[in-house]
Write a protein that binds this ligand. Structure first.
Ligand SMILES: *Cc1c(COP(=O)(O)O)cnc(C)c1O
Length: 379
């Protein structure tokens, strides 16, 4: 008998989602608008605070795309982006015909390195082109060095797009991620901290920008009784059905973050006496991660020559999913031509790092199964 699969991160319903979906059916709001959409937006606005204005969209990728459009990024522009991330952070740069410039990570948060960022900005300016925007990412829920990055963005007057797709509920100095950038991005894809089966949101700093995002996301219709268009439109709005799932998920978000954080604490405890394994954790009390995915870095020299791929295969043999850390964008074939600033921090994380099962729905039995693989592997 094969044991059931333990996923890295799987959807975890709270129980009330179906009530909101039922309401949508009962009132026939089965469309990309309706009371769940505006309800979900105000739930998110209340949750992240800081006077945020949230536009619910069909995906986090769509939110990044509209964020770049609203920042005026167009063909030929250069956009700076963290290299160590999921490709969805960078692809919308190409949608706009703009050029990505990739930046290494620093070792504390695994996110944008302030030194490499400033070096890149100066070098691009000296080559004749000031970058049009900076995309920073809070990877695995860990806030990037917000004060340092904001200071650099302000010094050079370059807007900051905050990819908070993995960091809903994470905070920096007590404020929620998604509220520090000129725009923030959230994702509700199937494996994120909450899910609408698929969806995302753009966090805007005022109502005019939110209205503009909604305008673009609903095909850019001008004010007219007929269909008239003066600008390129997109079909990026969230459906009222998906938003209903989101409303239910918001009710359990903080509880689920609590579960993720206790999984992280459990891994920390497990590995505290194992040489050669480090659990990725907050560098100081300013940082509070939702610990969307708990990740480790292995030093093969101290693990009897065994590496993260050996561990991944050992887990897989017991039907337990784990995954290498993101492969940096500057190493991806699609971005081979893009400039890169930094050294090998992100590359080394990719070589030695592994994401472990982190879902809010893991059971004691699941933990026991994971521990028994570790017990043999690290003996
Ligand atoms: C998931 C993710 C996205 C994209 O969100 P989707 O809703 O899947 O389009 C963007 N950036 C990061 C860092 C992500 O993890």
């Amino acid at each position: 008998m094969t044991l059931s699969k333990i996923w890295l991160s799987s959807p975890h319903m709270g129980g009330t989602e179906l009530n909101y979906v039922q309401e949508a059916f009962d009132s026939n709001w089965v469309a990309p608008l309706g009371p769940n959409v505006s309800g979900f937006e105000s739930d998110l606005e209340n949750y992240i605070g800081q006077n945020s204005h949230v536009a619910a969209l069909s995906s986090g990728t769509a939110a990044i795309h509209l964020g770049l459009i609203l920042l005026g990024v167009s063909a030929g522009d250069e956009v700076i982006c963290q290299s160590f991330t999921f490709s969805a952070s960078a692809n919308p740069i190409l949608y706009q015909g703009a050029k990505p410039v990739f930046i290494d990570s620093e070792p504390d948060t695994w996110n944008l390195c302030p030194k490499a960022l400033e070096e890149a900005i100066n070098d691009r300016i000296s080559k004749g082109k000031k970058p049009k925007a900076i995309i920073g990412v809070h990877l695995y829920g860990m806030p990037f060095k917000i004060d340092e990055i904001r200071t650099i963005a302000n010094r050079y007057d370059i807007p900051l797009l905050e990819d908070s797709a993995e960091a809903l509920g994470s905070t920096y100095k007590g404020k929620k991620c998604g509220t520090f950038g000129d725009f923030g991005v959230l994702s509700f894809n199937g494996n994120k901290i909450i899910t609408t089966s698929g969806g995302g949101a753009l966090v805007c700093r005022n109502k005019e920008l939110k209205d503009r995002a909604i305008f673009f996301s609903t095909q850019s219709r001008d004010q007219a009784p007929h269909y008239q268009h003066s600008e390129i439109g997109y079909n990026y709005r969230l459906s009222n059905i998906s938003a209903g799932i989101g409303r239910g998920q918001m009710e359990v978000l903080d509880i689920h973050i609590g579960y993720r954080r206790s999984m992280h604490a459990w891994y920390q405890d497990y590995f505290k006496n194992i040489e050669g394994v480090e659990v990725f954790s907050e560098p100081s009390a300013d940082y509070h991660s939702n610990h969307w995915l708990t990740s480790i870095v292995m030093n093969p020299d101290k693990c009897g020559g065994k590496n993260r791929e050996d561990l991944r295969l050992a887990l897989e043999a017991e039907n337990i999913e784990s995954r290498p850390l993101w492969k940096p964008m500057h190493l991806q074939p699609i971005f081979a031509q893009a400039p890169y600033y930094g050294s090998q921090i992100a590359e080394n994380l990719f070589v030695n790092g592994l994401c472990l099962p982190s879902g809010s729905n893991l059971t004691q039995h699941d933990q026991d199964r994971i521990a028994s693989v570790f017990n043999i592997f690290f003996k």
